[in-house]
Design a protein around this ligand. Structure first.
Ligand code: 3PG
Length: 306
C-alpha cells in the first residue's frame, strides 16, 4: 500500500487536512501527517517509508530524498517550488509537481489588504490616502498577478504589468497596461507588487538601482519571495529616501534592520499570503488528487522537473 505524508511546518487548515486524508484513504493509500516540526531530523524520520510527500514551503533537498528510500513523488501544494532541489529529484527519479493557481486568489487578496493597511499608515490614526486612481504595477503576470489586477480594478486602480514571459497583447487583453520592461514599471507606478519566482535570474534583482526609479511616496510590496530582494540595496535606499514604504508577507533576513523605518516597513511574522482555509483546501486537495492520479495512472501533468 502506498504511503503519503503531509509534511507542513506551517500547517494547512484542519478542513484541508481532512479533505486530503479522505482522498488518500479513498484511493486505498495510507496517510501520515507531520505538522509544525521544528527540526529537520523530524522530517528525515517521517519520510523514511513514504512513497509521496505533500509539502508547502518545506525544504526537500537531497538529504531528505535520500532518507526517503521509497519516494516517488513530491507535490508542492502551491505555486513556487524553489524549496525543492529539482536536480536531486531528477537524479533520483523523483517526480516533483506544484499546484498552479490554487492559492493565487488568497495571495492576491492579501496584497490589497496589506496595501490598504499601508496607505492608511498602519491604522495609526493619522490621515492616510486611498488606492482609487493610483497606478499599480504588477511584476509578473502569472496566476497571482492576474488576480491582483482583477481585485485592484475593483478598487478603481490604474493597473500596469510587465512579464518577461507573457506577451504584451495578453496583458492588454486583461484590461491592464503593458509596459516595456521592469524599469518602466518602477518609474511609472505609485505601487509595485512583486510576483516573480525565485530563480538564479531573479535573485536580488529588486535592487538599489531599480528601486531608485520609484516615484516619490511609492510603495514596494512583496508577496513573492524574500530572495528576489537585494536587502542591503533596499535598506540603503530607504535610509536615503524617507518617502518609500516596503511591505511584505515574507520577513526579510534583515527584519531587525528594516524595523528602524518606523511607519514605512511592515512584515507579517509568517508567510501569510496562501494561509486561508480556501487556499489550503484548493491546493491540498489538488496535491492529493495529483498523487493518486500519478501513482494509479502515471499522470504527470503538473510535473516541474521534466
Ligand atoms: C506559493 O508559492 O504557493 C506561496 O508562496 C505560498 O507558500 P506557502 O504554502 O508556504 O504559504
Amino acid at each position: 500500500m502506498a504511503k503519503v505524508l503531509i509534511a507542513t511546518e506551517k500547517p494547512f487548515a484542519a478542513a484541508a487536512v481532512e479533505g486530503i486524508k479522505n482522498i488518500i484513504s479513498g484511493a486505498g493509500f495510507e496517510i501520515a501527517v507531520l505538522e509544525k516540526y521544528t527540526e529537520k531530523k523530524q522530517l528525515l524520520e517521517a519520510v523514511a517509508d513514504v512513497d509521496a510527500i505533500i509539502i508547502r514551503s518545506d525544504i526537500i533537498d537531497a538529504e531528505v530524498m535520500d532518507a526517503a528510500k521509497n519516494l516517488k513523488i513530491v507535490v508542492r501544494a502551491g505555486a513556487g517550488y524553489d524549496n525543492v532541489d529539482l536536480e536531486a529529484a531528477t537524479a533520483r527519479k523523483v517526480v516533483v509537481m506544484n499546484t498552479p493557481g490554487q492559492n493565487a486568489n488568497a495571495v492576491a487578496e492579501l496584497v490589497l489588504g496589506l496595501l490598504v493597511y499601508a496607505v492608511r499608515n498602519f491604522y495609526n490614526g493619522k490621515s492616510g490616502s486611498e488606492l482609487l486612481g493610483k497606478k499599480l504595477g504588477i511584476l509578473a503576470f502569472g496566476n497571482v498577478g492576474r488576480n491582483v489586477a482583477r481585485i485592484a480594478k475593483g478598487f478603481g486602480m490604474d493597473v500596469y504589468a510587465y512579464d518577461a514571459f507573457c506577451p504584451a497583447d495578453v496583458i492588454e487583453a486583461a484590461g491592464v497596461h503593458a509596459v516595456k520592461n521592469q524599469e518602466a514599471l518602477f518609474e511609472t507606478c505609485d505601487i509595485v507588487s512583486l510576483h516573480i519566482p525565485a530563480t538564479p535570474e531573479t535573485t536580488k534583482s529588486i535592487n538599489y538601482d531599480l528601486c531608485s526609479k520609484m516615484k516619490k511616496g511609492a510603495i514596494l510590496i512583496n508577496t513573492a519571495r524574500k530572495e528576489v530582494i537585494d536587502e542591503a540595496g533596499l535598506w540603503k535606499l530607504m535610509a536615503e529616501r524617507a518617502d518609500l514604504k516596503y511591505i511584505t508577507d515574507i520577513m526579510p533576513k534583515a527584519d531587525k534592520e528594516f524595523k528602524c523605518f518606523t511607519g514605512r516597513y511592515f512584515s507579517t511574522p509568517k508567510k501569510m499570503g496562501a494561509q486561508t482555509a480556501e487556499a489550503n483546501t484548493n491546493a491540498g486537495l489538488a496535491a492529493a488528487n495529483q498523487i493518486v492520479d500519478f501513482i494509479k495512472n502515471g499522470v504527470t501533468k503538473f510535473q516541474v522537473n521534466k
